[in-house]
Design a binder for this molecule. Structure first.
Ligand SMILES: *[C@@H]1O[C@H](CO)[C@@H](O)[C@H](O)[C@H]1NC(C)=O
Ligand SMILES: *[C@@H]1O[C@H](CO)[C@@H](O)[C@H](O)[C@H]1NC(C)=O
Ligand SMILES: *[C@@H]1O[C@H](CO)[C@@H](O)[C@H](O)[C@H]1NC(C)=O
Ligand SMILES: *[C@@H]1O[C@H](CO)[C@@H](O)[C@H](O)[C@H]1NC(C)=O
Ligand SMILES: *[C@@H]1O[C@H](CO)[C@@H](O)[C@H](O)[C@H]1NC(C)=O
Ligand SMILES: *[C@@H]1O[C@H](CO)[C@@H](O)[C@H](O)[C@H]1NC(C)=O
Ligand SMILES: *[C@@H]1O[C@H](CO)[C@@H](O)[C@H](O)[C@H]1NC(C)=O
Length: 302
């Protein structure tokens, strides 16, 4: 009898414990969404879909779960949602995609977001978020896509953003970011798209950009950047779009840019560049758009 009880304890007790924790994490993720809902105004179609008497939220509009019924996708893009995003978002521990783009969300991006440690895709673009970006962004080690364009975000671009090792697509454009572009940007060797345009950034283009060999799109237009265009940009051989217009870049256009042999858009208009447009740039066969007006360029067109 004693032995039997012992076996019951060893074999069944962990199983009971396991199923209890699974159930409680289910309830808590449903609860997390219901907490978030309290500060959001969702359209009517959600009222029947987000039904609190359902056992799991897995069939709710905008939600996807894995086979263990834990939330992996939270996508409420383009529903015209208003309100604020609560700190409870950080309790979605295995969520991989959060897409809240094209809504009317206000308030700050909760710091707790960095606790969604499995996040690969984050899109808060086209809303009215204010305040700075969360610190400790480097905790999001799996992040590939970080888009927050067209909000009212402010403060500096945190160094920690570029501490994320596999970052590929970054769009911070059309906000009120200040300060300079962190040197750490060169750490993101997998970066393909980097949009920092239409902010209030100052300082120079970091030399470390030359490390980004996979970069295809670089847009830093309409900021207050200055200094020379780094020679090393010519090492970004995969560049398709290079947009530096509307800053105060001075000096000459580097000949090395001729090495960006797939370039289609070359826009350096509205700066203080001088000298000629290098022949090596004219020779890029793929060029479709070249904007150089409002500079102090000289020389002949070949
Ligand atoms: C919510 O779900 C319950 C049962 O699952 C159902 O009886 C009820 O009608 C649903 N409510 C709405 C508003 O759809
Ligand atoms: C979110 O859903 C919209 C359609 O409603 C889709 O266009 C978009 O790609 C989805 N986002 C993600 C990250 O899958
Ligand atoms: C959510 O709403 C409650 C009351 O409606 C408020 O006290 C709280 O600050 C709000 N939280 C967020 C993150 O907006
Ligand atoms: C992240 O979660 C841990 C516990 O898992 C908690 O201690 C910490 O306060 C959370 N961080 C934020 C920024 O919410
Ligand atoms: C980046 O942001 C701009 C808005 O400034 C937008 O027009 C563009 O489509 C975005 N690009 C990507 C790839 O996210
Ligand atoms: C292109 O890159 C090579 C090294 O890969 C370098 O030697 C050469 O100077 C560069 N071309 C231009 C036009 O800068
Ligand atoms: C020329 O570019 C500068 C920025 O370098 C800008 O302030 C000025 O408005 C531009 N002039 C015209 C006519 O666009």
């Amino acid at each position: 009898m004693y032995v039997l009880k012992f076996f019951f304890f060893v074999i069944y007790f962990p199983a009971i414990l396991f199923s209890l924790t699974t159930v409680s994490s289910l309830i808590s993720e449903k609860q997390v969404l219901l907490y978030l809902l309290r500060n959001l105004t969702l359209p009517d179609s959600f009222k029947s879909s987000w039904n609190s008497s359902h056992s799991t939220p897995c069939r709710w509009e905008g939600i996807r779960c894995d086979h263990r019924r834990r939330i992996t996708v939270f996508n409420l893009s383009g529903y015209g949602i208003s309100g604020q995003l609560g700190p409870e978002i950080g309790q979605l521990k295995i969520v991989k995609k959060i897409d809240l783009s094209f809504n009317r969300l206000t308030g700050v991006i909760p710091l707790e977001l960095v606790n969604c440690s499995q996040l690969k895709h984050l899109d808060f673009s086209v809303n009215s978020f204010t305040g700075g970006l969360p610190r400790n962004l480097e905790k999001l080690v799996h992040l590939r896509t970080f888009k927050v364009y067209h909000n009212s975000l402010s403060g500096e671009v945190p160094e920690s953003l570029f501490g994320i090792p596999h970052l590929k697509f970054v769009n911070l454009s059309s906000n009120n970011f200040v300060g300079s572009i962190p040197l750490s940007v060169g750490n993101c060797r997998e970066m393909q798209d980097l949009y920092l345009n239409d902010n209030n950034l100052v300082g120079v283009l970091p030399e470390s950009l030359e490390e980004l060999e996979l970069l295809t799109h670089l847009d830093v237009s309409s900021n207050h950047l200055e200094g020379r265009i780094p020679l090393g940009l010519g090492k970004c051989k995969n560049l398709i779009e290079l947009v530096l217009s509307g800053n105060s870049f001075f000096g000459e256009i580097p000949r090395s840019l001729g090495n960006c042999s797939g370039l289609r858009t070359f826009d350096v208009a509205n700066n203080r560049l001088m000298g000629d447009i290098p022949l090596s740039v004219w020779k890029i066969a793929s060029l479709e758009v070249i904007h150089v007006h409002n500079n102090s360029l000289s020389g002949k067109l070949p």
